[in-house]
Design a protein around this ligand. Structure first.
Ligand SMILES: Nc1nc2c(ncn2[C@@H]2O[C@H](COP(=O)(O)OP(=O)(O)OP(=O)(O)O)[C@@H](O)[C@H]2O)c(=O)[nH]1
Ligand SMILES: [Mg+2]
Length: 189
């Protein structure tokens, strides 16, 4: 991995099917296409940043405690961590964040799939349904659940609806929120 004055590498992790790959695809504008694991993806809007798509933790293949060691996440190979979730905090999320928090210069929590939650609320409570309230509730509960883990930022968004919610805020943060020197002509996948 390149020296950390030149590149800010984010490990994008989360439980199974929370939308890690979809988020990276939406941010990077392309499908990842590599067999190595974790999969590296260049973020073209800020060439100083690369995102690494990890396999899920908390599975029978990678139980949470094994996941950290298996991928050397405790070795400071990555500068940033993006934890993706699609509901409130689980024990696996807490375990990962509390074990790893101090190893990363920046920790971002992304609560994904908020569009689906709004859709579900619309179906279940057609009377009195208010999408803004559902979004605010998701933001509030995500903040509440994750505050003890001291994330730098929390974004509530939907990777399939990038014009709404906080997708653009995350995109802006990644584009502008890093004082790292870009690498011109980096070859990205
Ligand atoms: N509605 C909605 N569905 C999503 C979103 N992100 C992902 N999905 C769906 O969730 C499922 C899992 O998405 P992936 O992006 O493969 O999730 P992942 O975390 O990379 O999955 P694994 O790598 O297998 O753990 C797929 O069926 C996606 O279509 C989202 O923002 N909104
Ligand atoms: Mg994936």
């Amino acid at each position: 991995m390149a020296n950390d004055e030149e590149v800010f590498a984010y490990a994008v992790i989360g439980r199974e099917h929370v939308g890690k790959t979809s988020l990276i695809t939406a941010l990077c504008g392309q499908e990842q296409n590599a067999s190595e694991c974790p999969v590296m993806c260049g973020y073209h809007k800020n060439k100083a940043i690369v995102l690494f798509d990890f396999p899920p933790f908390g599975t029978s293949v990678y139980p949470t405690h094994m996941f950290i060691e298996r991928f050397d996440l405790d070795k400071r190979l990555y500068q940033g961590l993006i934890l993706v979730c699609d509901q409130d905090l689980t024990d696996d999320d807490i375990c990962i964040l509390s074990t790893l928090r101090s190893n990363f210069r920046r920790v971002i929590i992304v609560r994904n799939k908020v569009g689906s939650i709004i859709q579900l609320d619309r179906t279940l409570c057609s009377e009195g349904h208010n999408p803004k309230d559902v979004f605010s509730q998701c933001k509030y509960s995500t903040r509440k659940h994750f505050s003890a883990c001291r994330p730098d930022r929390i974004f509530v968004l939907d990777s399939f609806d990038t014009d709404r919610f906080q997708f653009k805020d995350l995109d802006d943060y990644l584009q502008n929120g890093h004082m790292v020197r870009p690498i011109p002509n980096r070859i990205c996948m």
